[in-house]
Design a protein around this ligand. Structure first.
Ligand code: DGP
Length: 112
């Protein structure tokens, strides 16, 4: 989508602080981090959210990206949270599917 900020970041039309990338997925640091690690995993193709007909291959690539981010950030063993805010009641503000990967500290309720 031409006016979608995460489409632009995921496809390098706007550069960001990238942590991981493959053919289907990009991961970059959230501009408003809630913890020492706060990375957003997004598909390069545009889907509004997790119930927008996302192909299984893309979901698998996102799960793989989460693992890669956790390894790179050194939080794979200590634990982390993955959050997919979906729709208005969840407070989704960017309507391009993204998973928050949050960790690096003891997490409290309500993050992301
Ligand atoms: P939410 O839609 O509420 O699940 O969260 C969207 C997140 O995206 C929020 O934590 C802030 C982050 N964000 C929004 N715009 C940008 C941006 O342009 N760059 C980066 N790095 N993060 C962004």
């Amino acid at each position: 989508m031409s006016d979608c900020i995460f489409c632009k970041i995921a496809n390098h039309e706007i550069e960001s602080n990238y942590v991981y990338e493959d053919d289907l997925v990009t991961a970059f640091r959230d501009m408003n981090p809630q913890a020492p690690t706060h990375v957003l995993v997004v598909p390069k193709a545009h889907y509004a959210n997790i119930v927008d007909g996302v192909p299984a291959q893309t979901l698998a690539a996102m799960a793989h990206a989460v693992d890669e981010v956790a390894k790179k950030e050194g939080i794979r063993e200590s634990g982390f949270r993955v959050v997919a805010n979906t729709g208005d009641d969840a407070g989704q503000t960017v309507h391009h599917l993204h998973w928050h990967v949050i960790g690096g500290a003891r997490l409290t309720d309500g993050m992301a």
